[in-house]
Design a protein around this ligand. Structure first.
Ligand SMILES: *Cc1c(COP(=O)(O)O)cnc(C)c1O
Length: 365
């Protein structure tokens, strides 16, 4: 689709393709939780969540409570896990039928207080254990004390998160996390005197460790088209494309500079195109100074000088182009967000989740 301004296109056909591919890696009994945190990894959480609900995913997950409240207000009905609730959130969580992740004694105490206040004796939640990522979660040594506190309102799921499931050089570390998870499950089931349902795998976990799918898997980046490994590139299709147009072209002489603080000084007479997108739109300064490259008329053009807040400049000296011509930052065909992000030493997750909301979204089916 040709664009007339900076535009993010959300291709729902690709989302469906990715969901089907990820589901082909698990059994039909295993539930699928779609992770739609951070505005659905920079796309549009309402549009994407609605489509995922329509396509039959069992669960959604977001990081923070407000993200879940927004989805409920929009009319999403399927269960929503809040991965990282904060102490003030629990009234809101309960009122909106959201399922919190309980990851510490401190957070558990706020949850229990909110349930008492609302006269509830049972309420669905997921209990989170730290098995090596050392980010959030209870530890195995907490099980005895924890069990006494949760025995009257049992968790709907036990879960943990892998720290390096995409890195096959870290198989030993991942296997250790999996073993720790299984041993936590056993001990907790004994203390609580009941079997527990579980989820562990993220996208790369599904792709590389599908034996450990348990009762549900959680996928984010894979749904948006990235498998953290080129071997999955033919099966997963990027959902987002980011395109803009050339606002203006300047011919500059050898020795002249471009942008703030003379970030670029022309070594020869050059042609410079200005694009209406900057670091406030999610193209950070790390892409400036000839690190980042964009695609124009099927040729690569380097970003020159410092990325400004609302604009950036590219060198088009050797490219035949005009004002108004289309420029691709990433798409689902020849130039992926993974490739673009690599040029500035970052990853697709950071790039796509940072695309600012002021950029126009267009949804295609
Ligand atoms: C973000 C997140 C996911 C999704 O991970 P992907 O690698 O994007 O599939 C799963 N689980 C937790 C706990 C997360 O924070």
């Amino acid at each position: 689709m040709p664009v007339k301004e900076t535009t993010v296109e959300i291709k729902l056909k690709n989302l469906k393709n990715n969901l089907e591919y990820l589901k082909s890696k698990i059994t039909s009994k295993t539930k699928f939780m779609a992770v739609v945190k951070a505005f659905s990894y920079g796309s549009d959480s309402r549009v994407v969540s609605q489509e995922l609900e329509r396509l039959g995913v069992n669960y959604l997950a977001v990081a923070y409570t407000q993200e879940g409240v927004d989805l409920r207000k929009f009319g999403i009905k399927i269960p929503i896990l809040i991965l990282h609730p904060q102490e003030k959130d629990f009234d809101n969580i309960i009122e909106n039928q959201l399922e919190p992740s309980i990851y510490s004694f401190r957070i558990l105490s706020f949850f229990i207080k909110a349930l008492k206040k609302k006269n509830k004796t049972s309420y669905p939640y997921h209990i989170k254990f730290n098995t090596g990522l050392n980010r959030i979660g209870f530890l195995k040594k907490d099980i005895h004390k924890l069990s006494k506190l949760i025995k009257s309102n049992l968790p709907k799921y036990l879960f943990s998160h892998l720290g390096a499931s995409e890195d096959l050089n870290e198989k030993k570390y991942t296997k250790k996390q999996i073993e720790e998870f299984i041993s936590i499950d056993k001990a907790l089931e004994i203390e609580l005197e009941t079997p527990l349902k579980k989820h562990l795998l993220n996208t790369s976990g599904i792709l590389n460790y599908s034996d450990y799918q348990f009762d549900m898997v959680r996928s984010g980046i894979g749904l948006y088209g990235f498998g953290n490994d080129i071997k999955f590139e033919k099966n997963l299709k990027p959902v987002l494309t980011l395109k803009t147009i050339i606002s203006q072209i300047h011919e500059i002489k050898k020795g002249e500079s471009v942008g703030y603080n003379k970030g670029f000084v022309a070594k020869t007479n050059s042609v410079i195109a200005t694009l209406p997108i900057g670091h406030a739109d999610g193209i950070g300064r790390q892409y400036g100074n000839e690190k980042g490259e964009v695609l124009i008329e099927n040729k690569m053009a380097k970003i020159v000088g410092n990325v400004c807040m609302d604009m950036l400049m590219i060198d088009v000296t050797n490219i035949k182009c005009e004002e108004g011509d289309e420029v691709v930052f990433f798409d689902d065909k020849s130039y992926s967000a993974e490739e673009f992000s690599k040029k500035a030493n970052t990853i697709s997750y950071e790039l796509i989740s940072s695309i600012s909301r002021r950029i126009k979204r267009v949804v295609s089916r």
